[in-house]
Design a protein around this ligand. Sequence first.
Ligand SMILES: CCCCCCCCCCCCCCCC(=O)SCCNC(=O)CCNC(=O)[C@H](O)C(C)(C)COP(=O)(O)OP(=O)(O)OC[C@H]1O[C@@H](n2cnc3c(N)ncnc32)[C@H](O)[C@@H]1OP(=O)(O)O
Length: 161
Amino acid sequence: MNRDQAEARGVQAYYPKDMAWCYGCGRLNEAGHHFQTNWEGEETVTTYTPCSEHMAIPGFVYGGLIASLLDCHSTGSASLALYRDQGHELGSDAPLPRCVTASLKVDYLKPTPLGVKLIARGKIRDMNNKKVVVESELYAEGILCARGEVVAVSMPENFGK
Ligand SMILES: CCCCCCCCCCCCCCCC(=O)SCCNC(=O)CCNC(=O)[C@H](O)C(C)(C)COP(=O)(O)OP(=O)(O)OC[C@H]1O[C@@H](n2cnc3c(N)ncnc32)[C@H](O)[C@@H]1OP(=O)(O)O
């Protein structure tokens, strides 16, 4: 599988239908961004090219879009990390761990240009069997523009009840 094919089938491609509606990364949400997250060695990677409707200031990306990207990148990374920890890789029949965001922190370091490919790279900083801390860096044309930290937690059975 080449890089493009791997990105096109990130962890979000394996979410079951009832979990595939997220505005950021749900493949079934037609209005959403369809972020896709996968392993690249020990790091996780999500890429996205924002367009003019994602503008904050002419030429630069809205910070909320960057937060969304880091959010879904991190929950996807957490699912991948828990899955690998359980001895599985994408494509296996075992069910994927479901993770939601407990905490999201973003530092905006430099203005992020519109119209170029953004690359989020994540590292797993801490994890146990129900919580994963993901630290990420967001690059545009090789420049570090934002840094994020997400605490992702396994989705409880009684979520929302
Ligand atoms: C079958 C296949 C499925 C496939 C895969 C499905 C994917 C699934 C849908 C994905 C779609 C995308 C998702 C996008 C990301 C959203 O947008 S998700 C939506 C936004 N997030 C939410 O709505 C979450 C709302 N909050 C909650 O439901 C609950 O507060 C939580 C997050 C589940 C935590 O519940 P809780 O009872 O507090 O958890 P608890 O067991 O006490 O804590 C677990 C650990 O987390 C830590 N923790 C809890 N809250 C926090 C916090 N705010 N800050 C720091 N640490 C915290 C605790 O300290 C504890 O740490 P340890 O003691 O283990 O070290």
